[in-house]
Ligand binder design. Structure first.
Ligand code: ASP
Length: 445
């Protein structure tokens, strides 16, 4: 038993995760690129089909833990922060941070699209012609479905958001409506914080439950290596290179934008506002990025993000529990950037003049659309309808975006969760609670 326990260490988990991702990437690419020959491609295909169940097992166990974790962690985080007073200022600061980084992300998208012009001078009919017919048809069907369920006007959008935020908390819990759970937990935490001595046992109860759930997370994480292998191989196996090629200018513009936010903006922000070593940030976020890229869901990544910002980045538990779940539901820098780039691309493609007013519309609606998107796979597609409608772009054009949405979804989710982690570091620093001795690299003073 002792020897067995010694195997389940943090370090071994990291090795297993790396092995999982490497094997997953290889298997996936064998299928999509056929680089190892036809025989290996078919072997890889049958392995991927068989291990799919582990991806499901891993995702389902993350999903099981996420909703209760958000309730207990946000309530106890807010109650802890609230006892020190001035929670309003901290809340205001976090919202300001979310908005400022989203605006930056959208600006990057607008800037790159203006410079590169991924849709300028492209013959749209010819471009569509070059896409495989079945891809076009399935994208058109998906687009139909989205158009039916997405909000048509701003008022309708606001209406759904209010309904979700102010939902009966028990219904929110049952339906995994995380915005509703976060909103209720914020209020409950505040009320408990101002409840004096009588509320003390309840706050302790929420903190103990949060702790217990994080211990369950620790066990669930051991499903991750196989889960990541299954998800990564499946994602790469379905990477349609024939589909991406005609759209590669747009595809690469989005990737360049995401990389700028991830590797230039975040490191700069964390250095300027918390004097935090950018290298330590990126290294400390390795596992979080891995989870985000393979699950394509900020919500499913919440347990890992909370754990890692505390253990690798030195964020205090109060700030982590406060910022991460809230950020995972409303702060989506990657999605904001993506939605703006997608709208700009189609606008250029169909020759819609991108006047200053139109760019301002993109700027505002993309930020709103990202706030409204849930932290689940492909949620960004649904809220993109708002931008298209605001610009007057026919929704049929979304089909082109849908064709290459999957791979970009995996990547923008990485930026989404990293932004939350950076916010947690800065809040923790502002309160003087950031532990700089945590992690392997020494941080700046
Ligand atoms: N998949 C993204 C997330 O969970 C949301 C999106 O579709 O943009 O963060």
């Amino acid at each position: 038993m002792g020897g067995m326990m010694r195997f389940f260490t943090e370090r071994n988990l990291m090795y297993a995760l790396i092995a999982g991702i490497v094997v997953g990437v290889l298997l996936g690419l064998m299928v999509s690129t056929g680089f190892a020959g036809d025989f290996m491609a078919s072997v890889a295909r049958s392995i991927i089909d068989r291990i799919g169940i582990f991806g499901n097992l891993f995702l389902s166990s993350l999903k099981m833990i996420v909703t209760p974790l958000v309730l207990f962690s946000v309530t106890s985080g807010v109650a802890t922060l609230g006892r020190g007073g001035s929670i309003g200022r901290r809340f205001g600061f976090v919202i300001l941070y979310f908005l400022a980084t989203s605006f930056l992300a959208v600006l990057i998208a607008i800037f790159y699209c203006n410079i590169v012009g991924p849709g300028r001078g492209v013959d749209s009919a010819e471009l569509i012609e070059r896409l495989p017919a079945e891809e076009r048809e399935s994208a058109a069907r998906t687009q139909q479905g989205i158009a039916e369920k997405a909000p048509k006007t701003m008022a309708e959008f606001a209406d759904t958001q209010i309904r979700n935020v102010l939902m009966n908390p028990f219904k929110s819990l049952a339906e995994t409506n995380l915005v509703g759970v976060v909103a209720f937990a914020l209020m409950l935490g505040l009320a408990l914080a101002s409840g004096g001595e009588a509320a003390r046992p309840v706050i302790d109860f929420f903190a103990a439950m949060d702790n217990a759930l994080m211990r369950i997370v620790k066990v669930v994480l051991w499903l991750a290596p196989l889960g990541v292998l299954a998800l990564a191989s499946k994602m790469l196996a379905s990477l349609g290179l024939d589909v991406i090629r005609p759209l590669s200018a747009y595809f690469l513009t989005v990737i360049a934008g995401l990389a700028t936010q991830q590797f230039i903006v975040f490191p700069a922000v964390v250095w300027i506002f918390a004097r935090y070593n950018p290298w330590k940030l990126l290294m400390g976020l390795r596992e979080v990025m891995l989870f985000a890229v393979s699950t394509s869901s900020s919500a499913a990544t919440i347990p890992v993000t909370i754990r890692e910002v505390e253990s690798k980045l030195g964020v205090d538990a109060g700030s982590a529990n406060f910022v991460i779940p809230m950020g995972a539901t409303i702060n989506m820098n990657g999605t904001a950037l993506y939605e703006a780039a997608a709208a700009m691309f189609i606008a250029q493609l169909i020759g819609l003049e991108l006047t200053l007013t139109n760019q301002l519309i993109v700027f505002l609606t993309a930020t709103l659309a990202a706030i409204g998107a849930a932290g689940i796979p492909q949620a960004g597609l649904v809220t993109m309808v708002i931008i298209f409608n605001a610009l007057g772009i026919p929704l049929e054009w979304m089909a082109l975006i849908i064709v290459v949405d999957r791979p970009l979804d995996h990547l923008r989710t990485v930026v989404n969760v990293s932004g939350d982690a950076v916010g947690a570091v800065i809040l923790s620093h502002r309160q003087g609670l950031l532990r700089r001795d945590v992690g392997s690299h020494a941080a700046a003073p």
